[in-house]
Write a protein that binds this ligand. Structure first.
Ligand code: SF4
Length: 316
């Protein structure tokens, strides 16, 4: 599999671009995820012409209207940052990014809960978004985005990684000059993955695909991607995974004997009750998929959504 492209705040890769001349190297992002990803680093502060080191910045204003200002000297860098954002977004268009990892808390790169200071003093509220991060997310509202800190949470991490690999498969399809049948195939192999996140969206997407000839194909693709990414942003809870696993179990009604079925059901229930990780029933199912040559299930992304070496389904 080719490496996918992910935008990232440069300092997370260890680049010494921070205001104090330091970095914020993130070992998991670089050494583990980095094996599957080509990073496209962006440091908006250095990129928009500020020096390294430089005076620290912060957001100043109200919840809905704030500026990027240096802490001591009060220089306003907002317009410079917006100009940089505009140019960089144009440059990134051809990269076909599958997502972006932002550095938390930064007035330029923070994705959420960045401090905004009232202009005339007083306590800061964590209501802002870094100026570059805000412009990026406005330009790419469907792309998966996360912050390095949130990726320490195993549930958020798996959700993000799953979505960036979905985006990679999406770009692969889009780049292959797809026809209606290619979208139908894409939808088919993602069936159980989507159902694990949102059965409701899966039904809506099914209707869209069934009426594929009613709209211009480009429009169908855009509508489909919007539903897909909205669906997969929702958490794949143990209860939704449980339903999907039981559905999949139904494909083995003729092959498994009573004991094997009971054993698999026991594992699926134990997963739902938080006693074992998802990887346990999924591994046994994959074993049966291979043993009984179930091609339809073998194609299901749900059973292998991302490289096993990332160990994303190993938490209970
Ligand atoms: S947080 Fe963003 S602006 Fe600050 S050093 Fe890192 S990449 Fe540069």
């Amino acid at each position: 599999m080719e490496k996918l492209k992910l935008g990232i705040s440069s300092c997370l890769l260890g680049h010494k671009v921070r205001y104090d001349g330091g970095h914020k190297y993130d070992a998991w992002l670089v050494e583990t995820l980095g094996q599957y990803v080509d990073y496209v680093p962006v440091c908006p502060e250095a990129g928009c012409g500020m020096s390294i080191p430089r005076e620290a910045l912060r957001l100043v204003g109200t919840k809905d209207d704030y500026r990027l200002i240096t802490v001591k000297t009060g220089i306003d860098y907002t317009d410079q940052m917006l100009e940089f954002s505009y140019e960089t977004l144009k440059r990134l268009e051809s990269e076909q990014l599958c997502g972006y990892v932002f550095k938390s808390k930064s007035p330029s790169s923070g994705m959420e809960r960045v401090k905004v200071y009232p202009p005339h003093g007083g306590a800061a509220g964590k209501t802002g978004v870094g100026i570059w991060a805000r412009e990026f997310m406005r330009a790419y509202p469907l792309l998966p985005v996360e912050e390095e800190g949130r990726l320490h949470d195993p549930v958020l991490r798996e959700n993000f990684i799953e979505r960036i690999f979905i985006m990679q498969r999406w770009w692969d399809m889009v780049n292959s000059k797809p026809r209606a049948g290619d979208l139908v195939k894409f939808h088919t192999i993602h069936k159980y993955l989507i159902m694990a996140h949102s059965p409701q969206h899966y039904r809506e997407m099914g209707k869209l695909v069934a009426a594929i000839r009613d709209l211009p194909f480009k429009q169908v693709l855009m509508n489909y991607l919007e539903l897909l990414m909205t669906a997969c942003k929702r958490a794949a809870t143990p209860s939704k995974n449980h339903n999907v696993l039981l559905h999949i179990l139904g494909y083995f009604k003729n092959e498994l004997d009573h004991f094997e079925k009971q054993e698999l059901i026991r594992l699926i229930d134990q997963y739902k009750d938080g006693m074992i990780p998802l990887i346990v029933p999924v591994t046994l199912i994959n074993h049966y998929v291979n043993k009984y040559n179930k091609a339809y299930l073998g194609d299901q992304v749900y059973l292998n959504p991302h490289p096993m070496e990332l160990k994303l389904r190993n938490h209970a």
